[in-house]
Design a protein around this ligand. Structure first.
Ligand code: UDP
Length: 215
């Protein structure tokens, strides 16, 4: 039996599950597709069993595959490390409507939701999440555990460092060849922000034009 799981049974996971289901339905070997969640709220969600990680690992398996469907990149990294230590492999989730052009390198464990577009000459790290209708334009370099909420417009020649979070509907202005616009490690871009200049590491920006959030 191949054991397959969507890790996270909340909003993100429930959006990913139908995509995973469509992909695994093409497999001939016997498999079971479940939700894994460390705080299960019920035994079944949308027709799939919900197990804790420990209970899932206890099920006999020839192979184990997981998609970590949790929007928080820090949690994603922690869970990905744990899964890797336990020999669990990561499958990519890719909606059939995704458009990908030339020379795109995408790291393991990505989730590409419906209507995402990746154009040409793009580098993307591990466990990227691009939610509905997001796009990444030419010559962008995106790090590990980066998260795009729905409708992110990431224009050309932009660098996004590890663990950055880009909110719904944000627009990131294009950089120049050799002079990219840079979103720093762990930075947060608020919903609907229009980012016209680089954002330093760890800073949250909001508004149009996007400015650091004053707490
Ligand atoms: N979760 C988990 N293990 C962890 C951290 C989180 O199973 O170590 C689960 C958590 O119980 C919740 C889901 O991941 O069901 C995260 O859901 P949330 O609504 O916070 O975010 P989203 O679905 O938008 O990523």
């Amino acid at each position: 039996m191949i054991r397959v799981a969507v890790y996270g049974a909340s909003g993100c996971g429930r959006g990913v599950m139908p995509l995973a289901r469509a992909q695994w339905a093409k497999t001939d070997a016997p498999y079971e597709l479940v939700f894994v969640d460390d705080q299960p709220r019920g035994q079944s969600i949308n027709g799939h069993r919900v197990l804790t990680y420990a209970d899932w690992l206890a099920q006999p398996a020839e192979e184990r595959w997981v998609s970590i469907a949790i929007a928080n990149g820090t949690i994603r990294e922690r869970l990905a490390r744990r899964c890797a230590e336990d020999g669990v492999r990561f499958f990519e989730v890719r909606a059939e409507s995704v458009v990908q052009m030339d020379d795109v390198l995408l790291g393991e464990g990505a989730i590409l939701c419906p209507f995402v577009t990746l154009t040409s000459n793009i580098r993307i790290g591990k466990h990227f999440q691009a939610n509905l209708y997001s796009y990444v334009e030419h010559d962008c370099v995106i790090g590990d555990y980066v998260t795009f909420a729905p409708g992110v417009k990431c224009n050309g020649n932009v660098v996004i460092e590890d663990h950055a979070y880009i909110g719904a509907g944000a627009i990131i202005r294009q950089g120049k060849p050799g002079e990219p616009l840079v979103i720093g490690r762990g930075a947060v871009v608020g919903m609907g922000a229009v980012v016209t200049r680089s954002v330093p590491l760890g800073v949250t920006v909001i508004g149009n034009p996007a400015r650091p959030l004053m707490k």
